[in-house]
Design a binder for this molecule. Structure first.
Ligand code: G6P
Length: 624
């Protein structure tokens, strides 16, 4: 949800923090702030602004930005509001009443009201409506009581706090010291090669420019980061914790727009290349020209996966839509029963999970709080947890028993695009490999599908060539107030995803439905004002979809149809058609989703909206 950065070293801290906040802005963008602790100042320097990080940047004086060559500690935050409206007062960092402690926080302190009352009884007053200021003053209370030991004060405060947090805290008396901690919200510490600079971030992106040596904090750990010292980490019972320093491998070019006007369209166009990365070394062509699928996760847990009689997929948002496609793939190719659950529902409804079940958790970020909680529940019940994750080293990747990274690189646009096709590709490889091992698909089917999967990146390029045409056809639809998306079989989840994309970035109400369900309700909405997107590629239900289209046509609905290349029939009925190359039915979503992404993008751009950072949304939802 929110993004946290921190810096400790002798470079000018403000520009490093600001740049880091820009890179984390996808996590939240309703207000931002930084706090600096410099030798030359007698108190913290605090800068906060409502809105985007660029607003904050504009209020920081040049002399602060250019200060160099003296040890400085700094923390910063970009916020996605939970408690209290987006405002400067509610923006982080929050200063304690004494002015001696300053803190940034990502997460929710659930018992903040109770803690606030206790602090008020002790004479504390508050400037904001946030739970974070309560946590800051709680740290301050212990800090004053325990002889100004910041690490101990943080441990004491966190022992009283219920909820989720990633925090970074500074003390005024020591400008070479930051304490940070996490529980259910991610936090990474970067260490420079010379051990003379430290970086803190909600993920590793703000630090890869400076270092690749990182520590991923674990839940309920508190790290003492001090210039001139090794990082020390303790648990909440104050015992010393062991930790590893890891090498992070992030491609810095993935963090720039590479000549595109927005991250979203860059990421849409990245997809052919991303899928090649996702399949590299996994879908392999052998010397005799046949294909094999090599997935180490499958190899290591083969017996358990083969034994599974029941698979439960848990996910949220776009990842849940990928899960719906995964269900069809696994059921078709492996003949194993699959349920797809919203992680948020699954975790609270005492689901039936047997020891031999496999729970597949799908997540782009690897940090979604509900998905993490669903994993914990599945593990308690003894199921094997299989993660399909993009965020390398993320909480879900670490919590899962095994899994497959989708390897599509950092996704910055808040509306997920390349992660979706990466997830569907991994699910396809998994279903194919498992079906092959189980003998539930023929060798011929396996070979043909593997071959066709390797052709998908090329075919995606052909769909992407229609970007200008889709841009043009989107114009009349920018004024629509509602959209309907209809598809059947593998295209039904694509219809849901198309509707979600449009809602997320253009703020137009849209619904996805199985096409045949239209007559059970949505048809009542159809009139000359209503655009209806049909996913009408060739498959056994093609004629039935055409009948659905005719029902819409006779009610004057405006039809945009995604059809298979060379289709002659649908262009006679639809106002606009978008062609995709022919492929196997099970692989159609990998192509048919591209027009959905491009259509949503162009409608939103034409409406003048911020497609990369749509209102009220966050890329990574680390609160429930
Ligand atoms: C947020 C994002 C969505 C994403 C969902 C699940 O709502 O805005 O794009 O699909 O979270 O996130 P995950 O990282 O678990 O895939």
């Amino acid at each position: 949800m929110c993004g946290i950065v921190g810096y400790l070293g002798s470079q000018s801290a403000a520009p490093i923090l600001i740049k880091g906040l820009h890179q984390l802005e996808y996590r939240g963008y309703d207000s931002a702030g930084i706090a600096l602790n410099c030798e030359s100042e007698s108190s913290f320097q605090l800068f906060k602004a409502k809105g985007k990080v660029s607003n904050l940047e504009s209020i920081i004086p040049d002399e602060v930005k250019m200060r160099d060559n003296m040890p400085v500690a700094g923390i910063g935050h970009t916020r996605w509001a939970t408690h209290g409206e987006p405002s400067t007062a509610n923006a982080h960092p929050h200063l304690s009443m004494s002015g001696e402690v300053v803190l940034v926080h990502n997460g929710i302190i659930e018992n903040y009201k109770e803690l606030k009352d206790q602090l008020i009884d002790r004479g504390y007053t508050f400037q904001s409506q946030t739970d974070t200021e309560v946590l800051c003053n709680l740290v301050d209370l212990y800090y004053q009581q325990n002889g100004k030991n910041l690490r101990l004060a943080v441990v004491q405060a966190l022992n009283k706090a219920i909820g989720a947090y990633a925090i970074a805290v500074m003390e005024q008396k020591d400008n070479q010291h930051i304490v940070c901690a996490r529980k259910a919200s991610p936090l990474v510490i970067g260490i420079s090669e010379g051990n003379d600079e430290f970086f803190i971030g909600s993920d590793a992106t703000p630090m890869v420019e400076y270092t690749h040596k990182v520590i991923y904090l674990d839940d309920e750990q508190v790290a003492d980061v001090r210039l001139g010292h090794e990082v020390e980490i303790v648990n909440l019972d104050q015992s010393l914790a062991e930790f590893d320093v890891k090498e992070v491998d992030l491609d810095i070019t993935a963090l720039t727009k590479g000549g595109f006007p927005h991250f979203m369209i860059k990421e849409i166009f990245d997809q052919p290349h991303c899928l090649e990365n996702c399949m590299r070394g996994r879908v392999v062509r052998l010397d005799d020209g046949t294909y094999d699928i090599k997935l180490s996760a499958l190899h290591n847990f083969k017996a358990k996966l083969i034994r599974a009689r029941h698979v439960i997929i848990v996910a949220c948002g776009t990842s849940w839509h990928a899960g719906l496609i995964g269900k069809q793939l696994i059921e078709e190719m492996c003949r194993i029963r699959v349920e797809v659950e919203y992680a948020s529902e699954f975790r609270y409804r005492n689901p039936v999970i047997e020891k031999d079940d496999v729970v597949i958790a799908i997540s782009q970020s690897g940090e979604t709080a509900d998905t993490l909680a669903a994993i914990q529940l599945a593990k308690e019940k003894g199921a094997l947890v299989f993660g399909i994750v993009n965020g390398v080293g993320s909480s879900i990747a670490r919590a899962a028993d095994t899994g497959i990274y989708i390897h599509v690189g950092p996704e910055i646009g808040v509306a997920s695009t390349k992660a979706f096709t990466g997830q569907v590709t991994v699910l396809t490889m998994l279903a194919l490999a498992l079906g092959h091992a189980l003998g539930t698909i023929s060798e011929e089917y396996f070979q043909q599908t593997c071959h066709e999967l390797t052709q998908i990146p090329l075919k995606m390029e052909k769909v992407l060539q229609q970007n200008d045409a889709i841009c043009l056809l989107s114009t009349p639809f920018t004024f629509a107030r509602n959209f309907l998306y209809l598809g059947r079989g593998y295209n039904y989840p694509v219809a849901l995803e198309g509707a979600l994309k449009l809602k997320e970035i253009s703020y137009i109400h849209a619904e996805g439905y199985p096409a045949a369900e239209m007559k059970h309700g949505p048809i009542a909405l159809v009139d000359a004002e209503m655009p209806i997107v049909f996913l009408a590629t060739h498959h056994e239900l093609y004629q039935k979809i055409i009948s659905n289209m005719q029902e819409v046509q006779s009610r004057k609905g405006r039809i945009i149809a995604v059809v298979t290349e060379g289709d002659q029939e649908i262009s006679k009925i639809a106002q606009a058609t978008i062609e995709i190359p022919a492929t196997l039915n099970a692989l159609v979503p990998l192509l048919s989703v591209l027009p959905m992404q491009m259509l949503a993008y162009h409608v939103a751009v034409k409406k003048g909206l911020n497609v990369d950072m749509p209102r009220n949304l966050a890329k990574s939802v680390t609160v429930e």
